[in-house]
Design a protein around this ligand. Structure first.
Ligand SMILES: *[C@@H]1O[C@H](CO)[C@@H](O)[C@H](O)[C@H]1NC(C)=O
Ligand SMILES: *[C@@H]1O[C@H](CO)[C@@H](O)[C@H](O)[C@H]1NC(C)=O
Ligand SMILES: *[C@@H]1O[C@H](CO)[C@@H](O)[C@H](O)[C@H]1NC(C)=O
Ligand SMILES: *[C@@H]1O[C@H](CO)[C@@H](O)[C@H](O)[C@H]1NC(C)=O
Length: 188
């Protein structure tokens, strides 16, 4: 069987290379990173976020299990992370922006790996980024187990619809997804 060794090597690679930077990039991979257009606004839906103006980070809340049915993509990165929370979150929310149907994202530290993720037993605490096709509200969160889902950040992406849009296709039309390097306004 000509292809068997190649297939075995490809399957074994994630476990063998689990700690290398290349593997981190692969695990962080997925949707393309697409910066939000300058006229888009990011709103933090985390409970009590409005009580911490300018501080988007809240500990101890995770998206509820019922809301998790709206999850369309997630990634996990081993801790300690070598990239700042700000940079990692920017990566997470911009990947949501680049993922068709994605309108909100959530990122936290000490997020337990799901059972069987990359063949691991599950429960290992990592940085987790979850992307959703539904807008988060404070009621969509539940209290996490103590010590888990700390330093969390979340955001709903709101982009104005172009005045010329004829198709009323809901969340985001392709016209609102054009990229821009201008920093996006963040409302905590
Ligand atoms: C920012 O959020 C962190 C985590 O929830 C909290 O410990 C800290 O007190 C907050 N800081 C401000 C200025 O609100
Ligand atoms: C959102 O994603 C979930 C999970 O993939 C899917 O079952 C659901 O149909 C999606 N909803 C919309 C409105 O796209
Ligand atoms: C959460 O943030 C605090 C304050 O920046 C930091 O000391 C702590 O190490 C962070 N926890 C994790 C698990 O990243
Ligand atoms: C928002 O910005 C994008 C990219 O610059 C632009 O194409 C779009 O027309 C703008 N939308 C509105 C409603 O101004």
């Amino acid at each position: 069987m000509l292809f068997s060794p190649i297939i075995i090597a490809a399957v074994a690679l994630p476990l063998l290379a689990a700690a290398s930077p290349i593997e981190l990039e692969r695990r962080a991979g997925g949707p393309a990173i697409v910066p939000l257009a300058a006229n888009c606004t990011l709103m933090n839906p985390l409970p009590h976020a409005s009580q911490h103006p300018g501080n988007a980070s809240i500990s101890g809340y995770k998206p509820s299990s019922s809301f998790s049915s709206s999850k369309i993509f997630s990634w996990y990165i081993p801790q300690p992370d070598f990239i700042s929370q700000e940079a990692r979150w920017s990566n997470c929310i911009q990947q949501c922006n680049g993922l068709s149907g994605c309108v909100s994202a959530y990122m936290a530290y000490n997020a337990p790996l799901p059972k069987g993720w990359l063949g691991l037993p599950g429960g290992e605490l990592e940085v987790g980024c979850f992307m959703f096709n539904r807008t988060l509200t404070p009621l969509d969160f539940e209290v996490a187990q103590s010590g888990q889902y700390v330093n969390a950040t979340a955001g709903n992406i709101y982009c104005p619809k172009p005045a010329t849009a004829t198709a009323n296709s809901g969340a985001k039309s392709t016209a609102t997804k054009k990229t821009s390097k201008t920093p996006v306004k963040v409302v905590a």
